[in-house]
Design a protein around this ligand. Structure first.
Ligand SMILES: Nc1ncnc2c1ncn2[C@@H]1O[C@H](COP(=O)(O)OP(=O)(O)OP(=O)(O)O)[C@@H](O)[C@H]1O
Length: 494
């Protein structure tokens, strides 16, 4: 299906960027767009001069309000991107090296001063509002004190979180959202053996109401971590085959540890599973499909039966934070770093809500961090960036799974399991080394050369490169990955 305007764009790609050839019919140095009215240009700045990386139609329809291709700096000015909406407009880029880095001027400082004044004003208003709210709460509290004994007892039990604060946190997420309580009686939980030691919690295998469960035990001091994770599990409509089932929360009486009770994943983490097992093509696809479907569900914005599940960015997506069930499917877990996105004014105005670590772009596990996160180029106000970071990590997980698929290796012998970049950077990576490797050298885990000769090899390669692209906007969505995997199932059985 062609776009009504059939935009014509200048076309030039390199072997690394030849996936752009698929987004329209190419004739020589011109491309007729299929999905968009936007032309794009990507350039690398070498010795102060832009060198073409890609000239093509954009991959998907996005906003491109300008008729000419105006340069936007990326990655500290080492890359330039431009988008425009007239025929062949990407053949000329409007770019001046000087304008890329405007020197601080008088108006620049004035601007800073203005911002400081606005910030101070906002703080004064906030303090004033807080005083009013505190006074209101005090008077409410006094009224309640004279009410029944039972009511007084409830307030005491909740004294860390007065009732009006509940209303505040709900409206902070979004007025359309409801929270549910998930308290369970810890006396009914039997802890049997430790199955995982995380940074913040120990995970136990246990028994609850006759079933085997996993119990994540946070020490009393890690209440913020516990609350952050609980908030995600308690979102409406979080029950999905690709997300570990949440059964409830509780607090141990001795010592006050916080507990999250979850469905038990019989095969442990994906990382430990891949260390112990190789897969065949079918079982590897099952792992990959359930993984991308779970992530797609987590990222989705759902309205069902009067309930609303906002999109959630995982932000610590790694093979240790994915579990494998006995039926060979993956489920997502560990939402301690996740961000709940909320919007009451339409899809384009998502904002992030993090209970803890607000304002920290670099959350998660170093080797799974996307180039833009490693460089600190993530705008936390634009929460789609966080989802795009998850997609980069998804690509690394797919690579980990396929590198253990015997059907993709000669003689059916897959190499031993390695983490992404483990063969290049070793088992312990440092920020400097991974930034150098992934951001500056634009390196990715190596894809075996012989995959080119396999029936599904080029599709796998394309899928990985489309997901770990250095341009977050060029990455696929998790749903698109799931769809491509479905088509692989029918077309390529080795
Ligand atoms: N539901 C479960 N079923 C079986 N094993 C589990 C389950 N949940 C967690 N585990 C095991 O416990 C490990 C740690 O769990 P989790 O990642 O949730 O803890 P954490 O303290 O948040 O870890 P991190 O160090 O990644 O922050 C997992 O890698 C896995 O091996």
């Amino acid at each position: 299906q062609s776009f009504p305007q059939n935009r014509l764009c200048a076309f030039q790609v390199t072997p690394r960027t030849n996936r752009f050839a698929t987004v329209g019919n190419v004739s020589g140095s011109v491309q007729l767009c299929e999905n968009t009215t936007c032309c794009v240009g990507y350039y690398r700045v070498i010795d102060g001069q832009p060198k073409v990386d890609v000239l093509a139609c954009d991959i998907v329809e996005k906003s491109c309000p300008d008729a000419t291709c105006k340069a936007q700096k990326r990655f500290n000015g080492r890359q330039i991107k431009c988008v425009c909406n007239t025929d062949l407009c990407n053949s000329n880029i409007t770019w001046t090296p000087e304008s890329a880095e405007p020197p601080p001027t008088y108006s620049y400082f004035l601007d800073k001063l203005k911002k400081a004044i606005i910030l101070t004003g906002t703080l004064v208003v906030l303090c004033f509002l807080l005083l009013i709210v505190a006074a209101k709460w005090r008077s409410q509290f006094k009224k309640k004190k004279s009410a029944t004994r039972l009511e007084t007892r409830t307030i005491k039990l909740n004294k860390e979180k007065p009732p009006f604060l509940d209303d505040y946190s709900v409206s902070r997420l979004c007025s359309c959202q409801t929270t549910k309580t998930s308290e369970i009686d810890v006396a009914n939980i039997e802890l049997q053996q430790i199955v995982g030691n995380g940074h913040f919690a120990n995970v136990w295998q246990g028994k609850f109401q006759g079933s085997t469960v996993a119990v994540k035990v946070f020490p009393a001091g890690w209440k913020t971590k516990f609350t952050a994770e609980k908030e995600v599990y308690e979102l409406p409509l979080m029950k999905h085959a690709g997300i570990v089932h949440f059964l409830g929360t509780g607090r141990k009486l001795d010592g006050g540890s916080w507990l999250i009770v979850l469905q038990f994943a019989e095969c442990g983490s994906l990382h430990s599973y891949l260390c112990k097992h190789t897969t065949n093509w079918k079982s590897s696809l099952k792992l990959c499909r359930s993984l991308s479907q779970g992530l797609s569900y987590l990222h989705s914005d759902l309205h069902r039966h009067g309930l609303h599940k906002p999109p959630v960015a995982h932000r610590d997506f790694s093979s240790s934070n994915v579990l494998v069930r006995a039926d060979g499917t993956c489920v997502l877990c560990d939402f301690g770093c996740s961000t709940i996105l909320h919007s009451c004014s339409g899809h384009h105005h998502w904002q992030s809500h993090t209970t803890n670590m607000e304002g920290h772009a670099q959350l998660g596990t170093l080797r799974y961090m996307s180039p833009e996160i490693l460089e600190g180029h993530v705008n936390l106000r634009n929460s789609w960036c966080l989802m795009q970071g998850d997609i980069y990590a998804l690509a690394l997980l797919l690579w980990e799974i396929w590198m253990r698929c015997s059907d993709l290796f000669e003689g059916g012998i897959a190499p031993q399991h390695l983490l992404p970049y483990e063969s290049e950077l070793g088992a312990n990576v440092t920020l400097e080394r991974i930034v150098q490797h992934v951001v500056h050298m634009d390196e990715r885990p190596s894809i075996p050369k012989h995959w080119e000769t396999l029936p599904q090899g080029s599709v796998l390669q394309e899928l990985l490169t489309d997901c770990w692209d250095c341009d977050p906007d060029a990455r696929l969505t998790a749903q698109c990955v799931a769809d491509r995997l479905v088509s692989l199932e029918s077309c390529c059985t080795p």
